[in-house]
Write a protein that binds this ligand. Structure first.
Ligand SMILES: [Zn+2]
Length: 333
């Protein structure tokens, strides 16, 4: 079954219903203002509206995401979709003039010309004055979608000319669903990240990316440790990964817990392991390492984390960890 585009928007149920209805009925307002905290999907939503207005195979559930129009909007190449973002901390009059001029051109391929302006609170006063008339009366077949995370800083003359929509933070379950369905995380991983992301999908995506770097480096470290690489060769690695160090150690600790859990319960435990996507490696390591070795390595990682959080000399703590861990692995293989 094809997933249609409205169902790819997480949260914001009322806004989706509103736009589904008015697009089907063809009763559009000429300018909308989307406000709400950063990272909740205001810009993504504006692009969904643009897709739905121009899709060649539109259904009540949204745009098809496959037609020429949808694909070019997703690739930011659709000639009828204009996007204006601040340049160097403000939306300047020269940018706004260009934008208005382009918006007035005839439609190229679409049903509508869409002008999307982000961070509308960053309009300079003269740029705002220049935009007012266009917001009030945009060219025929064009719609303006404005977004802001700082509604209190948007000029009242702009607000009063738009139909406002507030986008709230997402519910935790909605962020979890997004992380599971779109980012391919396990339920357990998704819950941890959703807790930290506090209702912002943008923040959740950043956390996943940072987690990805920590994961990559943790697995690299684990490989070096198992190969018996000299710790002296890791000096540069250590200094370039200091910013992620606690995430790396935490990842490795959780990984070794998975190895231990698998060793204790085998496939019965698949539901509770932290990193089901690393099962292949978890199985290999659990076949290779003794139970006692896994336990001792986890304790050593906890000690290392403790030294790190107490601001002890990281180099010394790391070298000491390395020699002890090597000894455990050599004895426990
Ligand atoms: Zn389409």
């Amino acid at each position: 079954m094809t997933v249609l585009s409205w169902s790819k928007i997480y949260g914001h149920k009322n806004q989706k219903e509103y736009f589904q209805n008015i697009i089907t009925q063809g009763k559009l307002h000429h300018a909308y203002l989307f406000s709400g905290p950063p990272g909740v999907g205001k810009e993504t939503f504006a692009f969904e509206v643009a897709k739905a207005l121009n899709c060649l195979n539109l259904t009540p559930q949204g745009a098809c995401d496959h037609c020429q129009s949808c694909r070019s909007i997703m690739g930011f190449t659709h000639p009828d979709i204009l996007l204006l973002k601040p340049d160097g901390g403000s939306l300047k009059i020269s940018q706004v003039r260009d934008f208005i001029r382009q918006l007035s051109w005839a439609r190229v391929t679409g049903n509508f010309r869409l002008g999307i302006i982000t961070d509308i609170h960053l309009l300079t006063e003269e740029a705002a004055n220049c935009l007012l008339k266009t917001i009030e009366e945009p060219p025929l077949h064009s719609v303006l979608l404005l977004t802001t995370s700082q509604l209190h800083q948007v000029l009242p003359t702009i607000i009063s000319r738009c139909q406002p929509f507030h986008f709230s933070q997402l519910k935790k379950e909605e962020v979890v669903q997004f992380l599971e369905n779109v980012q391919g995380l396990s339920k357990e991983e998704a819950l941890v990240i959703a807790e930290e992301a506090q209702g912002s999908i943008g923040q959740a995506i950043t956390l996943v990316k940072e987690g990805g770097k920590a994961r990559e480096q943790a697995l690299y470290l684990w490989q070096c440790l198992n190969k018996g690489q000299s710790v002296l060769k890791l000096g540069k690695w250590l200094s370039s990964n200091q910013g992620y160090f606690s995430e790396i150690i935490l990842f490795l600790e959780r990984y070794l817990r998975d190895v231990l859990i698998w060793k204790l319960g085998g496939s019965e435990t698949q539901r509770v392991i932290f990193f089901p996507h690393l099962l292949k490696f978890i199985k290999e390591d659990s076949a290779r390492l003794k139970q006692e070795t896994c336990r001792k390595l986890i304790v050593l990682l906890e000690d290392l984390m403790d030294s790190w959080s107490r601001n002890l000399n990281l180099d010394i703590a790391f070298i000491s960890f390395w020699f002890k861990a090597r000894e455990e692995i050599e004895n426990g293989d």
